[in-house]
Design a protein around this ligand. Structure first.
Ligand code: DX5
Ligand code: ZN
Length: 219
């Protein structure tokens, strides 16, 4: 059983204090930092670009789990790699050629993640599972924090878990969107080993992020 890891989404952090928020997350036991990059085109929201990621990188030693909700994504992969992304996750819907975008990320020696929106079926990525490090299952439609968890996506995690066992593959399964204390265990039992959370980590228990990270990890 893989160790359960927590990747707090800084989309819910205080954007006027991002450097301090990153330090707080590392001190509170975050395993990595989930950075939601949005372009206002692939998703109806706009967040941060490579320069901000570069500036934040010096405030922590834990990995940057960069979720690129941008399209077309291929031509921007290098910029996020240079900015300090450790995991680069892309959406198949955002590239003309998923295989070449995966190879591009691997050529840059970064971990490759592929993200499936709630309505996207797993068969889009089955041929790539043996060459990627992570599958990111969206449990909300991407674009905003604080949305309601969509339990129907759990079936995809169970499916991926079965394939992983059958083909002896080792990709991580990360779930992202609406994760809270009521559904985190169900997500883990389904097979997720990395939980993304923004609202729950930053808002619950009067913003006690250490307690919130530990509570999400409990199985
Ligand atoms: C949504 C982002 C998620 C989101 C998670 O498009 O990809 O990472 O920030 O935030 P919560 O945990 O608040 O749903
Ligand atoms: Zn995300």
């Amino acid at each position: 059983m893989k160790k359960i890891q927590i990747s707090p989404s800084i989309l819910s952090a205080d954007f006027s204090q991002l450097g301090n928020e990153i330090k707080r997350l590392e001190k509170a036991g975050a395993d990595m930092i989930h950075v939601d990059v949005m372009d206002g085109h692939f998703v109806p929201n706009l967040t941060i670009g490579p320069q901000v990621i570069k500036a934040l990188k010096k405030h922590t030693s834990i990995p940057f789990d960069v979720h690129l909700m941008i399209s077309p994504v291929h031509k921007y992969i290098e910029a996020y790699s240079d900015a300090g992304a450790d995991i680069i996750t892309i959406h198949p819907e955002a590239t003309e050629d998923l295989q070449s975008s995966i190879l591009r990320i691997k050529d840059l020696n970064k971990k490759v993640g592929v993200s499936l929106n709630p309505e996207t079926k797993t068969d889009v990525i089955l041929n790539f599972l043996n060459q990627i490090d992570l599958v990111l299952i969206m449990s909300v439609n991407p674009g905003f924090g604080g949305q309601k968890f969509m339990p129907e996506v759990l079936i995809k995690i169970k499916e991926l878990k079965k394939i992983q066992k059958k083909e002896n593959l080792s990709f991580d399964i990360e779930i992202d969107g609406g994760i809270n204390f009521d559904n985190s265990k169900t997500a883990i039992e389904a097979g997720a080993n990395i939980l993304v959370s923004g609202t729950t980590i930053f808002k619950e228990n009067n913003g006690n992020i250490k307690k919130n990270i530990e509570t999400l990890k409990e199985v």
